[in-house]
Design a binder for this molecule. Structure first.
Ligand code: GDP
Ligand code: GDP
Length: 455
């Protein structure tokens, strides 16, 4: 439909771009100092994005968006090392394991100037077991003379080693071409094939908020569904739990139950684990410890779930510890600190006493329903027409930009494309989002709105 200056091709292109759904994820794994972070920087094309970490320095951010040859994907970086915490081999293995779990394909980075080490061999075994597509990057091949070092890595049995210099960019284009061949168009194994299976919940939050207690509480009150093929399950870390008559899959419960008390420097490790769980989940239940102030770390965890486009429920835990005064300040904190996710269903619970546990499932269901909502084009445009007539965009430079029409490009989470006659200001976009939420619900889900302007 050639509607008001947009032709069919414009519209289709806009829908394609906005409707991409969850992006496939690429994990970059390997030993410390082989050049993973340098390679991630090159792949995402933003030098400042990944800080050159000193060992032990906390880093929260582990996933980035990248684009190559017109295809978009996520990159999971495992460059934030915490060798001291578990010892070299164990931390390489654990980090690689989370990253591989969260990914659709893996780049395994080896330092060609060093050659394959025992630790590299251990990662190869992990990769074999995971069965995901692997591209082998032989890094630090800065010149022709390193090519034979790269060739020696055929011995790892992972196929052709791609000689690259992450630092100088040599060979990285070919590597990226190969990566695109290995990556599926969409994150199939986490979204496509499990349709109709149990809904997937990630229980997340910073250490000691009560994740393990909450899991025990729900598993106690209801039933832990014993897996029929127990022992042969591919994902022993996930657990099926029946709640409110429905079977749910709780992601990475092993990580929640296994209460490893890692001392300092465990934050990055926890972030990676959280990111992996969020990747695999449809809905994130973020626990907040109400006996303490809401922290930056709580907000980062929420941001992780929102940026990943997952449905969101916020569980304010340890409600039993609140006295009147603390409760008063908590509500003020929630108003100011949690404003950006005011749309998320909220439950005030106590994992200790079991308070309001029965409210958890309805909240999760609300969030998932919002996440999957599709607004018919007719209704959307009737709504937009009224909104624009009642509250026109402010006049700028003698012109009045108008929203001409809109359509929903996708769900999980809902994504909209609005077509406009001129630049639409951020404030007006926020206004539209607010009104969309008021009109159509979208409780518990981030929504994406992109605006196309007529040329
Ligand atoms: P990570 O621990 O695996 O993330 O490794 P980094 O990306 O932090 O790199 C470790 C060191 O190797 C840094 O000093 C990098 O500058 C260096 N490095 C990374 N890639 C290359 C490369 O292609 N050639 C050379 N010569 N050095 C590199
Ligand atoms: P996790 O690290 O997030 O898994 O947290 P845990 O479940 O291990 O809980 C950390 C501490 O908080 C433990 O001492 C729990 O007993 C306590 N805790 C967890 N939930 C509650 C709650 O609702 N009320 C109170 N008072 N304590 C709680």
């Amino acid at each position: 439909a050639a509607e008001e200056g947009f032709d069919a091709e414009d519209i289709e292109e806009a829908l394609d771009e906005a409707g991409h759904g969850p992006l496939p994820a690429l994990a970059v794994v390997g030993r410390p100092n082989v050049g993973k972070s340098t390679l991630v920087n090159r792949i995402i094309g933003r030098r400042e994005a990944v800080v050159q970490d000193k060992p032990g320095v906390t880093r929260d951010r582990v996933t980035y968006e990248a684009e190559w040859a017109g295809r978009r994907f996520k990159v999971v970086d495992t460059g934030g090392w915490e060798q001291d915490v578990l010892g070299l081999d164990a931390s390489v293995a654990a980090q690689a394991e989370f990253a591989i779990e969260a990914a659709d394909a893996v780049v395994f980075v080896v330092d060609a100037t060093v050659g394959a080490t025992d630790t590299d061999e251990a990662v190869v075994r992990l990769l074999r077991r995971a069965g995901k597509p692997v591209v082998l990057a032989a890094n630090k091949v800065d010149g022709m003379s390193g090519e034979s070092d790269a060739a020696a890595l055929w011995s790892l049995g992972l196929g052709e080693p791609f000689p690259i210099s992450a630092l100088h960019g040599r060979g990285t284009g070919d590597l990226l071409d190969e990566i695109l061949k290995a990556l599926p168009e969409a994150p199939a194994q986490r979204f496509g094939t499990t349709v109709g299976g149990p809904r997937r919940i990630a229980l997340i939050g910073r250490p000691n908020v009560g994740k393990s207690s909450l899991l025990n509480q729900v598993a106690k009150e209801d039933r832990v569904v014993v897996n029929a093929q127990s022992g042969t399950t591919r994902d022993p870390v996930d657990e099926l739990i029946e709640l409110g008559g429905i079977t749910w899959k709780f992601i990475d419960t092993a990580g929640i139950r296994r209460r490893v008390h890692l001392q300092e420097g465990a934050d990055y490790y926890a972030s990676l684990r959280t990111a992996a769980a969020v990747e695999k989940a449809e809905v994130a239940v973020v626990l907040i410890d109400t006996s303490e102030s809401i922290s930056v770390q709580d907000q980062r965890i929420i941001t992780m779930a929102v940026e990943a486009g997952r449905a969101l429920v916020i569980a304010y835990n340890k409600w039993d510890t609140l006295d009147e005064e603390r409760r008063y300040y908590l509500e003020r904190e929630i108003e100011t600190e949690m404003q950006q996710v005011a749309w998320a269903p909220r439950v005030n619970v106590s994992a200790l006493t079991g308070r309001h546990m029965e409210k958890l499932v309805p909240a999760i269901e609300t969030a998932l329903a919002g996440w999957e909502t599709r607004v018919p084009t007719g209704r959307l445009n009737a709504f937009l027409g009224e909104l624009v007539a009642g509250h026109p965009h402010p006049i700028r430079g003698g012109k009045q930009p108008r929203i001409l029409f809109g359509t929903q490009a996708g769900t999980k989470p809902p994504r909209f494309v609005l077509f406009a006659s001129g630049f639409i200001e951020a404030g007006y976009r926020r206004f539209i989002e607010r009104r969309l939420r008021e009109e159509f619900g979208f409780d518990g889900t981030p929504i994406h709105i992109s605006v196309r302007v007529r040329e």
